[in-house]
Design a binder for this molecule. Structure first.
Ligand code: RAM
Length: 932
């Protein structure tokens, strides 16, 4: 019998709410306990699964009944019922008991639906429309590609193929599912209506090994009688011009389509409509569409009603069947790309040069929607950019081949019309409009923001508006760079650089639920790992990427980039407590460390022969050969390459040590204790070699730059007794630099933590509040709305550089804001044990963070008024927390007006030298006290 207020809610299956079309054979369930009482813990649960809602509610013919399981686990509980079948929808619910044996009601019913699990489920044929093969671009060296400033010759681009097929449904349809994928990107319509609301399917993956198909519930689109299904294809990432060098045909030069529409009639009989040679093809109003260059539409060529059954397609061409290995076909995993927000135009500017430019007030990734009325044949051009130049003129600051970001619309004439490109996106805030008939009014333009549609899970807010803007900028950079893959930037490269996400992963997991999104990307990474263990610098690792790496660096991986194979799964485990993510990528991690170990052991630096035996011996623990990106974009370096060359040696060995240490921890989590010992011993040897090689007696490192000190301290590379001196050196370097940072990509995530850990908290805050370049607030004060690639992307004298204005890497400070400033931390992976430790003396008058953990909402907030401190803490049910009240005396602390020893939910408390530490169960608490 259900008692009390206990409830189980927020049901997730494989991190998603009611996913349709997954292919995990043992999906995992999570739920949240809801309880008004303080100190609620789950003591047991019971899950039931059935293949119909009726059976589930009647508890008959169940696919799985877990029975009452004595367990406090409410996340990642694995399905253990009868084997799951293709296409079936499964319904599930859960009930819980708490530690007082109170029993909840059954939760509301949730579901998931399986996709096509077997190769034989696919009856469809790959088809290819009549088309010119996509023109292959000449391979240029990186320098040539970047210097290439000519606008793209769009005459080589081809019209988008349209494909259609008619079919009849012999009676009323009770269920219709469309399974589809493409070589290229696609959109489907059935009877004139778009299938689903996702964009740019099948999205960007390592296509030759991992191609997703999407599942659409199209029950409402299919009607009894005659129907038509149609698709438009475009080059997308598959054949379009992508990456730094802007090459086409990375995976193929022909577009193709695979689809299967499955109907189930009211009488349960079934029918399947597939892609085959009965499909017909043509072209239409999309003159070309390239994912980078842009899209051109001639609305005069719109084929009205082309996906209606009675459309006359007699002049359309046949398609041809094609054969491709289907072994890489997988169900789409994680949230799809969608239009997640629509922004109004803020203003229309006439620039000093006389250009008409729309300002959307925010740098985004996405596209413009334009309303217009005018004579047929009028050609409107929309050009996109993130910045204006120092005079306020439009500036396409991104250099290189195919970096046009230009859409063209030719009016049909007559009625008001709307244009929004289908198969391209741009990184922009400003849009230059040319050829618009009449006045360019802001209300005629909106910007659609494209992003992988993940749940927002975190927010941070404090008493300094500039820091709040910084947090917003981090969010925006995440939103607009997590678009199918974790990209470096949405304009120049849009590449899955492993280093960038490695540094940003912890912050990203505060802001959004990135578990499925990053797990999918890691699956691609594991598939792209080279046989020798190297983890490529970017994933997907397409031909042009490989070419650049080989010609530029002579290999495929770099320290701090390849280490993503260990660091990203670890960040996911930490944030979500997901052990499976460690299990799944354990082998690739081992292979990577093994590659690094072999490289360190076998490749010796040039001066090896001049070394004595002791020095020679230690070289095998130092990763000191080959090209690495080092502490990429260190501000004081004269160029990116200069920062790589100057910093690569200590960075590489530091990451070797760090990854070995993490792998040792991971092995322990997985119960592989002898592996754990092996990696911890390896880590010990690397650390010893590091300090013997690079550390001087006075605490200086031979690589005397901030990032080297940060890494050495963060990764414990110097002996304990030397750490104080090393920290002094770091502090000195920062002070000598005018209290400004000089850290690059891979050290900046740890900079402020290291300073706090070594008693330099004041200096950490000086860096945070610094407004001179380089600093986070310099960008904010210069009007940044996203995080810049380089701290001085706009120089103090106003010069606008050709760097990207939307790179999330330096936004990694977000993680520190949540943890240190607001004090929202974890004591156990996945926040089963929480720590609230606010920094009430950081110079702000209040700060607070909210995080939707898998267990529920966590809040850590504080305010300071004179000597009066208020700390708010929300600890979700089924977790416990420790709240640290800095500089408090326990007898002065009140919790919701009650003395500590009388307050409900408090398990214990302890007076320490630095304050009071309160151990508590779930609930919402408000502590007040005066600073001692
Ligand atoms: C740049 C990318 C990325 C970085 C690499 C090394 O071109 O934008 O941020 O990881 O180089």
């Amino acid at each position: 019998m259900a008692t009390g207020d206990l409830e189980a809610g927020q049901l997730l299956c494989e991190s998603m709410v009611n996913p349709v079309g997954i292919d995990m054979l043992a999906p995992r369930f999570s739920w949240q306990l809801k309880s008004e009482r303080r100190g609620g813990l789950q003591a047991a649960y019971r899950i039931m699964v059935a293949d119909s809602e009726e059976n589930l509610l009647r508890c008959t013919d169940l696919c799985w009944d877990s029975g009452k399981v004595q367990s406090d686990e409410s996340v990642f509980c694995t399905y253990e019922g009868e084997p799951l079948t293709s296409r079936k929808r499964y319904y599930w619910r859960v009930k819980v008991w708490d530690q007082t044996e109170a029993e909840s009601d059954w939760s509301t019913v949730a579901y998931w639906e399986m996709g096509l699990l077997q190769r034989e489920d696919w009856k469809a044929l790959w088809i290819e429309p009549k088309q010119e093969p996509v023109a292959e671009d000449p391979i240029l060296s990186l320098r040539e590609a970047l210097q290439c400033d000519n606008p793209t010759d769009t005459s080589v681009l081809h019209p988008c193929p349209y494909l259609r097929k008619t079919f009849s449904a012999s009676s009323a349809v009770r269920k219709a599912r469309l399974y589809a994928t493409a070589h290229g990107v696609y959109v489907f319509e059935i009877n004139g209506q778009k299938a689903g609301n996702q964009e740019l399917a099948p999205e960007f993956t390592s296509y030759d090994r991992y191609l997703q198909y999407q599942t659409y519930d199209v029950t409402d689109l299919v009607k009894n009688g005659e129907n038509a299904i149609g698709a438009i294809l475009a080059d997308g990432w598959y054949a379009g011009r992508i990456g730094l060098a802007g090459n086409s045909c990375q995976y193929g030069d022909k577009l193709g389509l695979l689809f299967q529409l499955e109907l189930e009639y009211e009488d349960r009989t079934q029918e399947i409509i597939v892609s085959d040679q009965q499909v017909k093809c043509s072209t239409g109003h999309l003159i070309y569409s390239d994912i980078f260059i842009g899209e051109k539409v001639d609305a005069r060529l719109i084929k009205d009603g082309w996906t209606l059954p009675d459309y006359d397609d007699s002049a359309w061409d046949p398609v041809s069947a094609a054969h491709f290995d289907m072994s890489g076909l997988v169900a789409h995993y994680g949230e799809p790309v969608r239009v997640v927000e629509t922004l109004p135009a803020v203003r229309v500017i006439t620039t000093p040069k006389g250009e008409t430019v729309i300002d959307f007030g925010q740098v985004i990734a996405g596209r413009v929607s334009m309303r217009v009325e005018g004579p047929a044949g009028t050609e409107i051009t929309l050009e996109h950019s993130e910045v204006l130049d120092e005079h306020g003129n439009f500036l396409n600051n991104i250099k290189g081949r195919h970096k046009d970001q230009k859409d063209i619309y030719i009016l049909r004439g007559g009625e008001p019309e709307t244009f929004e490109p289908l198969f391209t996106f741009h990184g922009f805030r400003y849009v230059k409009v040319s050829g618009y008939p009449g006045v360019v009014l802001p209300e005629r333009f909106t910007a659609a923001v494209l992003s992988s549609d993940m749940r927002y899970t975190g927010s941070f807010e404090c008493s300094d508006a500039r820091i709040n803007r910084l947090q917003m900028n981090i969010m925006w950079s995440q939103k607009t760079n997590m678009l199918s893959i974790p990209m470096d930037c949405p304009q120049r490269e849009r590449a899955g650089w492993t280093g960038d996400i490695q540094v940003f992963a912890p912050t990203s997991a505060f802001n959004m639920d990135v578990l499925a999104f990053l797990t999918r990307w890691l699956r691609n990474l594991a598939l792209e790992q080279l046989p020798n263990g190297e983890v490529p610098n970017g994933v997907p690792y397409h031909k042009s990427f490989i070419h650049i790496d080989h010609t530029l660096m002579g290999k495929d991986s770099s320290a701090g980039w390849g280490d993503a194979v260990i660091i990203v799964p670890w960040a996911l485990y930490e944030a979500y407590g997901d052990v499976k993510v460690l299990e799944e990528f354990y082998e690739p991690m081992v292979k990577w460390i093994d590659y690094v170990r072999r490289t360190a052991e076998n490749e010796m630096p040039d001066n090896f022969d001049q070394m004595d035996d002791v020095q020679k011996e230690r070289q095998k623990y130092l990763w000191n050969t080959g090209y690495h990106f080092g502490d990429w974009l260190m501000p004081s370096a004269s160029s990116p390459q200069d920062s790589a060359i100057k910093t690569k040696e200590p960075v590489a060995t530091s990451f070797y040590a760090y990854s070995a240490a993490l792998l040792s921890k991971i092995a322990d989590v997985l119960g592989k204790h002898s592996d754990a010992e092996y990696y911890s011993d390896l880590n010990r040897r690397i650390r010893k070699a590091f300090s013997e090689q690079y550390l001087q007696y006075d605490g200086t490192l031979s690589a005397h730059f901030q990032g080297a000190y940060v890494l050495a301290l963060q990764f414990d590379l110097v002996p304990e007794e030397a750490r104080g001196k090393v920290a002094e050196q770091l502090a000195r370097l920062i002070e000598e630099n005018g209290c400004r940072l000089d850290t690059g990509f891979v050290s900046v995530p740890f900079l402020l933590d290291v300073l706090c850990k070594y008693g330099k908290r004041d200096l950490a805050y000086k860096l945070l509040f610094q407004t001179e370049c380089p600093s986070w607030l310099y960008e904010v004060e210069r009007g940044a709305t996203t995080i810049w690639e380089a701290w001085d992307a706009i120089k103090p004298d106003g010069t606008v550089s050709s760097m990207s204005f939307n790179h999330y890497a330096f936004g990694c400070v977000g993680d520190w804001l949540y943890r240190e400033v607001a004090g929202l931390r974890k004591e156990q992976a996945g926040y089963k044990k929480i720590r609230i430790q606010p920094d009430v003396e950081c110079g702000l008058s209040h700060a607070s963070a909210k995080y939707e953990s898998r267990y529920g909402t966590i809040v850590s907030g504080w305010s300071k008024q004179g000597r009066r401190i208020t700390v708010t803490a929300i600890i979700p049910p089924n977790t416990t927390g420790t709240v640290i009240l800095p500089n408090a005396m326990h007898e002065n602390v009140k919790e919701s007006e009650m003395p500590l020893n009388e307050a409900l939910g408090i398990l214990s408390y302890r007076q320490t030298n630095s304050g009071v530490s309160v151990h508590l169960g779930s609930g919402s608490y408000r502590f007040t006290y005066d600073l001692a």
